[in-house]
Design a protein around this ligand. Structure first.
Ligand code: PLP
Length: 453
């Protein structure tokens, strides 16, 4: 990002002071106790850098909500949005539109054969709502199985399939959702000590859950291919293939939630490609156009499409396939190809982020585990490596974790934080120089930590 002039900084300070005042007076924030928050003002952004209300620059190692996969203000995508705005800002989903058609073509060009139809939504939660509705209508069954330690969105059904504390106060007894434990060796629920044991025991647990819930009642299993906010726990290929086999055996739809893990985040177009499995339905949002204009969607296979070929699908949205959002997706997917971003993400994960974080884990008293792939990494902060007790409780924060986040920010890096974890999730096209700078800050802050009780 170009150095800001004195005049620009002064303008930023003025506009940000006003913005903050108006925000606190009128803006109601997500998932928050409104009067206990002090939100950061972001006035400008470029690439991997964001600028606060004082004109100070930070490296954005959060990619906001892990959505700005191509960084901020990518010139090709900004231009595509401007061009589309000049041409046609909005049009009903009932009409054909060039930006929408081309976005659907480019998206399905990247999916496995047979997943060729896209229903566009405004984001990830509504994509999951519709995926579940389709699975229920297609199978004529009602129950949905999903993992504990997962996030699928904030709307009614999506939050009920979610397996984290954000569900608790939104739980509906009649949602038909049943949760199960997925593989997570570091905090195994099954006393496993190896990946093989964890895979075998979690698959057995899922199989028993299906048997006891009744296969004839289960419409779908929804799984984040790699759980994101819940902790970036990579499942083994055998686990994912085992889930696929159980779905086939019991006529259950396998929905892959790729909202966070997809579009390059995990170093592949879709994260399930790591496990050699093909879902029946894929949901996406975020990285498809880096959130420059809200967009999500459901990609379905021929069988599910067939259920709605001669019979109307009972669902729709005014902004389904919004031209500005679709034009941004077209430009994003092209830029990802032209600039080799997927390969870049895979390589920086293998060659830079992974090795550096493992080194940090070795040297830090409070880093229990690091794990991830591509530009998608988690750091487990623990009281000590023996007990693995999280440095903040499940569903909450702690002064210790807050101090780590504050120290990272003081050194110019904004991380993604969930409970006791930090996630290293910069734009997938981050330059090596910015990446090294940011990782240097993580190294300094984390190796210096020395908490005691
Ligand atoms: N699914 C996953 C895996 C997500 O990470 C998210 C958001 O973080 C969602 C669904 C919900 O997406 P949205 O916030 O666009 O509704």
């Amino acid at each position: 990002m170009q150095q800001l002039s004195e005049a620009e900084i002064s303008a930023i300070k003025d506009e940000s002071a006003r913005a903050y005042e108006l925000d606190r007076a009128h803006v109601f924030h997500s998932w928050s106790a409104q009067e206990l928050i002090d939100p950061m003002t972001v006035s400008r952004a470029q690439g991997s850098t964001i600028v606060d209300g004082q004109g100070q620059s930070f490296l954005d190692f959060s990619s906001q909500l892990v959505n700005t996969n191509i960084g901020h203000q990518h010139p090709k995508v900004v231009q595509a949005i401007k061009d589309q705005a000049d041409l046609l800002c909005t049009i009903s989903p009932a009409h054909v539109n060039a930006a929408r058609s081309e976005a659907a073509r480019l998206i399905t060009e990247r999916t496995p054969a047979g997943l060729d139809h896209v229903f566009f939504t405004n984001g990830g939660a509504d994509a999951n709502e519709h995926a579940i509705r389709m699975a229920r209508l297609h199978t004529g069954k009602h129950k949905i199985l999903s993992r504990y330690r997962s996030y699928h969105g904030g709307t009614e059904t999506a939050v009920n399939v979610t397996g984290d504390p954000r569900r608790w106060s939104n739980d509906r007894g009649d949602s038909g959702v049943v949760h199960f434990f997925g593989p997570f060796l570091y905090r195994s629920e099954f006393s496993a000590t190896t990946e093989a044991e964890e895979t075998e025991r979690t698959l057995r647990h899922l199989e028993r859950t299906i048997e006891l819930e009744g296969p004839s009642t289960i419409a779908a299993i929804i799984l984040e291919s790699i759980p994101g906010t819940a902790g970036i726990m990579l499942p083994g290929s055998e686990y994912m293939q085992g889930v696929r086999a159980l779905c086939d055996k019991h006529d259950i739809i396998y929905i892959a939630d790729e909202v966070m893990a997809g579009f390059g985040r995990a170093g592949k177009w879709f994260a399930f490609e790591h496990f050699d499995v093909v879902p029946d339905i894929i949901t996406f949002a975020k990285g498809v156009n880096s959130g420059y204009v809200p967009l999500g969607g459901v990609i379905m296979d021929e069988e599910i499409y067939g259920s709605f070929a001669q019979k109307a699908y009972p669902g729709g949205l005014t902004y389904s396939g919004h031209p500005l959002a679709c034009a941004a997706a077209v430009a994003t997917l092209k830029a990802m190809d032209e600039e080799g971003m997927i390969e870049h993400a895979e390589r920086i994960g293998e060659e830079i982020i992974g090795p550096r974080l493992r080194q940090i884990a070795e040297n830090s008293k409070h880093v229990g585990e690091v794990r991830g792939v591509g530009a998608f990494w988690a750091i487990e902060l623990v009281w000590d490596k023996e007990s693995r007790e999280p440095l903040a409780p499940y569903g909450g924060g702690s002064p210790e974790v807050a101090s780590v986040v504050a120290a990272l920010k003081e050194h110019g890096v904004v991380p993604f934080n969930n409970y006791h974890r930090l996630h290293v999730v910069p734009p997938i096209n981050i330059s090596e120089e910015d990446l090294e700078t940011g990782l240097g800050v993580f190294e300094k802050v984390l190796t210096d930590l020395d908490f005691s009780r």
